[in-house]
Every structure is written in structure tokens, then in C-alpha cells.
Design a protein around this ligand. Structure first.
Ligand code: NAD
Ligand code: TDX
Length: 334
């Protein structure tokens, strides 16, 4: 099987590539990534030179490039490529519209024109909006509240339309908040761990009581593998852990594990339109594809905190802007 992973140099994409290369020694992986601020080839440097792995610097909004890659015998496409940070979407929605919506359309058009077995759109629980109580199922209303969430919802609707109109083999996954190795330190968990290790303030938005459902990235990768192997066209699969924490609980857990004082917490102005709670009902993927999460919160978080302690150089390079230019150095002269 030859799989095209878009956005594979980011957090979840790079974890997915590592996971797939290990689990499926007969699969070939093509990783297409634009290498925005969030894409980092250092995440995959151990795979460089392996015959089964190929990196292409590219943009999912580039029709010519996408058409050319898809015509070269790709079996499955899995689209991670996105602008992914809610706060950035509040400052400027334009790159979110370009990559998350137009980029998805370009990929779908490419699938129409080529014989691809499956297209998987990696979506998010944010499409359901904020839930005061209960859990969102795959048929719940779509009520996105941030420009990021609206762009992901629009992409999901395009996927549905291309499945209905053209019969494309499209599947959508909607996962809750991920954590684990290689997460860009603008997101809450790596930001808190790295700031705490540096003795810096921890910014907590609003009253800190917003709730997120946290899943270890490896469990998400296992869910995506199940969808690649067993998912059905036109289906949507929620991927959740049932582990709900408010932000303060989470921050305090990290500070305690690191032996750092709670006095580092600084309450800051709330995010505009800040969703209060996300929660998913993930019964469908369990019942239909046999997937369930394996990682407990304590196990996953302890391993993650250890990873950021052991890989200080990785996030310090990002925070200092040093990793920019890694692509040029890695591919110099090729
Ligand atoms: P990320 O920001 O870490 O990585 C995104 C990657 O996409 C980067 O490598 C970037 O260079 C690449 N990219 C951006 N624009 C591109 C373009 N036009 N063409 C090609 N590549 C481009 O994001 P992530 O956290 O790894 O999220 C991956 C996907 O999973 C996203 O679609 C996101 O919406 C979804 N998701 C994330 C979470 C989460 O908690 N992080 C949860 C649910 C769903
Ligand atoms: O400095 C911070 N302080 C803070 O209180 C940051 C960065 C965040 N927060 C809060 C906002 C949220 O309630 O922590 C919570 C988590 O924030 P993020 O890490 O920015 O994640 P979130 O907005 O929940 O979105 C994430 O999950 C769904 C990903 O970034 C999305 O890509 C994914 O779709």
C-alpha cells in the first residue's frame, strides 16, 4: 500500500508516520508538507534515507503538484495538512480558509481525477461547538465558533458533498484534543511544560475552567489506522478518550509532576469566543471498527512530560526560531 500523508511534518502527522512505518513494514509513505511555521522535518529525521519513506515539500492548494503526485499510484490519502491553532485563526483567518478549505477541495478534485481507494479527512471535535452537557455524536449539529473551527467544518461539508455528488471514497474522523511528543509549543500542554521547565509564567485564559477531552496522539494514530483499514466511504467517526479535564486541573497536574509552584499560573484575558467544553461520544468507532483508546491520562501525561524533559533541545530550537531553515540544511545539494 502506498499512502500519501499531507501535513506529515506537523505534530499528529509525524506521529502517524512513525506509527505506520513501524506497524506496516510493507507500506510506502509519501509525506507532502508545506513546512509552515508548524512543520518541522526534525520530527522525522530518523526516517530520512529509508526507501519506503519519501518527503516532498509542497502545498495542498497547488493543483498541479497535487494532480501530479496523485497520478503516481497512490492508494490512500490522509489529510492532516491544516492551519491548526485557534488563537492564530482569531488574528487572521485567511491562511485557514486557504489551506483548510481550498486545500481540501484541491485534494478532493485530485481524488476525483485519479483512482484512489480511500481519502481520510482528519477533522476535529471543534466542529460541534461548545457543549454545556452531554456528548456529541456524529449526527450532532455542526456549530463551529472560531474561524479555525468554521474552516474545518467547511472542509467536512465539502468532503460530504464530494462523496454524495461524485461517489468519492471519503471518510471523516473527528478527534478530541491530542497531546504527546512533537506538539508545537503554542498549544496548551507543550506550552505549559516548556514554560514551567524554564520557570516562565503559565498563561491561563479566563477562569481556567474550560473543559477539553484529552487523548494521547498514539491512540489517535491507532484510530486513523483502523479507518484506513476498515473505514467505509461516506462515514464519519468520532475519536475520543472520555478523559475530560478543565485547564486548571491539567496545568496543576503538570506543575505537580514537575515539582514546580502553582504561583507560575497567571490568569490572562480570555480567548474571544472561547468554547467552554468539548466532549465526544466515540461509541461508533468502537462498535463498527473495534477501536478504543488504550492510554490512561496518568500514563500518557507522565510519558509526555518525560519526552519534553528529554527533548529540551527540540522545543528550545523552536522557541528560539532556530529550526527555521532545517529543510534547506537537510536537502542542501539534492
Ligand atoms: P500542526 O499545526 O502541528 O501541523 C500541521 C502541518 O500541516 C504542518 O506540518 C504544516 O507545515 C502543514 N501544512 C500547513 N499548511 C499546509 C499546506 N497548505 N500544504 C501542505 N502542508 C501544510 O497540526 P496538528 O496538531 O498536527 O493537526 C493535524 C490535523 O489534525 C489538522 O487537520 C487538525 O485540524 C487536526 N486535529 C488536531 C487536533 C489537535 O489536538 N492537535 C485534534 C483534532 C484534529
Ligand atoms: O496559553 C494558553 N492558555 C490557555 O488557557 C493556551 C494556548 C490555551 N489555553 C486554553 C484554551 C483551551 O481552553 O487551553 C485549552 C486548550 O487550548 P489549545 O491547546 O489552543 O487547544 P484548543 O483550542 O482546544 O484546540 C485544539 O484541539 C482541537 C487544537 O489546537 C486544534 O487543532 C484541535 O482541532
Amino acid at each position: 500500500m502506498k499512502i500519501l500523508v499531507t501535513g506529515g511534518a506537523g505534530f499528529i502527522g509525524s506521529n502517524f508516520i512513525h506509527y505506520i512505518m513501524k506497524q506496516h513494514p510493507d507500506w510506502q509513505v509519501v509525506n507532502l508538507d508545506k513546512l509552515t511555521y508548524a512543520g518541522n522535518l526534525e520530527n522525522l529525521k530518523d526516517l530520512e534515507g529509508q526507501a519506503r519513506y519519501q518527503f516532498i515539500k509542497g502545498d495542498i492548494t497547488d493543483r498541479i503538484q497535487i494532480g501530479s503526485i496523485l497520478s503516481q499510484g497512490i492508494d490512500v490519502v490522509i489529510n492532516f495538512a491544516a492551519e491548526s491553532h485557534v488563537d492564530r485563526s482569531i488574528l487572521d483567518a485567511s491562511p485557514f480558509i486557504d489551506t483548510n478549505i481550498k486545500g481540501t477541495q484541491v485534494l478532493l478534485d485530485g481524488i476525483r481525477q485519479n483512482k484512489i481507494e480511500k481519502y481520510i479527512q482528519v477533522s476535529t471535535d471543534e466542529v460541534y461547538g461548545s457543549l454545556e452537557k452531554g456528548k456529541a455524536t456524529e449526527t450532532s449539529n455542526l456549530l463551529p465558533n472560531s474561524p479555525y473551527a468554521a474552516s474545518k467544518t467547511s472542509a467536512d461539508l465539502l468532503c460530504r458533498a464530494y462523496w454524495k455528488t461524485y461517489g468519492l471514497p471519503v471518510m471523516i474522523t473527528r478527534c478530541s484534543n491530542n497531546y504527546g511528543p512533537y506538539q508545537f509549543p503554542e498549544k496548551l500542554i507543550p506550552l505549559v511544560i516548556s514554560n514551567a521547565l524554564e520557570g516562565k509564567d503559565i498563561p491561563v485564559y479566563g477562569d481556567g475552567l474550560n473543559v477539553r477531552e484529552w487523548i494521547h496522539v498514539k491512540d489517535h494514530c491507532r484510530a486513523l489506522e483502523a479507518v484506513v483499514l476498515k473505514g467505509l466511504p461516506g462515514e464519519i467517526y468520532n475519536v475520543g478518550s472520555n478523559i475530560e479535564k478543565n485547564n486548571l486541573e491539567l496545568v496543576k497536574f503538570i506543575l505537580k509532576t514537575l515539582g514546580k509552584p502553582e504561583s507560575l499560573i497567571k490568569y490572562v484575558t480570555d480567548r474571544p469566543g472561547h468554547d467552554r467544553r468539548y466532549a465526544l461520544d466515540a461509541a461508533k468507532i468502537k462498535n463498527e471498527l473495534g477501536w478504543e483508546p488504550l492510554m490512561s491520562f496518568e500514563e500518557g501525561m507522565t510519558a509526555t512530560i518525560k519526552w519534553y524533559i528529554d527533548n529540551k533541545a527540540w522545543w528550545q530550537r523552536i522557541k528560539s526560531g532556530e529550526y527555521a531553515g532545517y529543510y534547506e540544511r537537510m536537502y542542501a545539494g539534492r
